[in-house]
Design a protein around this ligand. Sequence first.
Ligand code: IMP
Ligand code: MG
Length: 190
Amino acid sequence: MSAKKAHFIVQTASAPDPEIEVLFSADQIASRLDELAESLAKRLPSEIVVVPLLKGSFMFAADLMRMLHKHGLTCRVEFITVSSYGNDTTSSGELKISSDLPEDLVGNIVLLIDDILDTGRTLHWTHDNLLAAGAAEIVTCVLLDKPSRRIVPFEADFVGFTIPDRFVVGYGIDYAQRYRELPYIGAMPG
Ligand code: IMP
Ligand code: MG
C-alpha cells in the first residue's frame, strides 16, 4: 500500500499544470534554499526570530527554517499579514498589519521573509515597522526578486532567485488564491 501511495505522489509532483511554464523545479528550489541557509547561518547569530509575511511565504519559510536548523540555527517564528488599505487597484501604497505585531521583538535579530520583492512597498514598510517595534536588527530574505519592478528603493539582504517581470505562481505563491500547492515555481502565460 505504501509503494502505491509513493507512486501516486511522484506522478502528481512531476506532472506540471500544462498552462504554467516551470521556472524553478522543486529540486532547484531545495538546493538553492540549502545555499541560502548556509549563507544566512554565516551572517546571523545562532538564535533568531523569523518573521514570514503571509500568505505567500508560508512554504518558503517552512522549508527555509528546516534548512536553517540543518545549518545550526535556532528559530522562533512570528507570522504577520500585511495588506493594503481600501482598494488594491489604486496602489496607494498605504499598508497595514492585519495580524497583531509580533511581541517581544525588543533587542532581537529578526529574519524578515517574503515570497516576492516587487515594487518594494511591502518590505520597505514592514522593515520600518519592525524596527519601530524594537527589533535590534532586521535581515531580509526573499525567495524571488523582480528588480525591474521596483518603485520604492529597497534591496533584500538575501535573494533566492532574481527573475524578470513575469507573473509567477506556485510554492506558496498564488494567482487569485490558486496554485499555492504547486511544488515548483512557474510563470503564468502571457
Ligand atoms: P511589493 O514589493 O510591495 O510590490 O509586493 C510584493 C507582493 O506582491 C508579494 O509579496 C506578492 O504577494 C505580490 N506579488 C508580486 N509579484 C507577484 C507575482 O508574480 N505573483 C504573485 N504575487 C505577486
Ligand atoms: Mg505577499
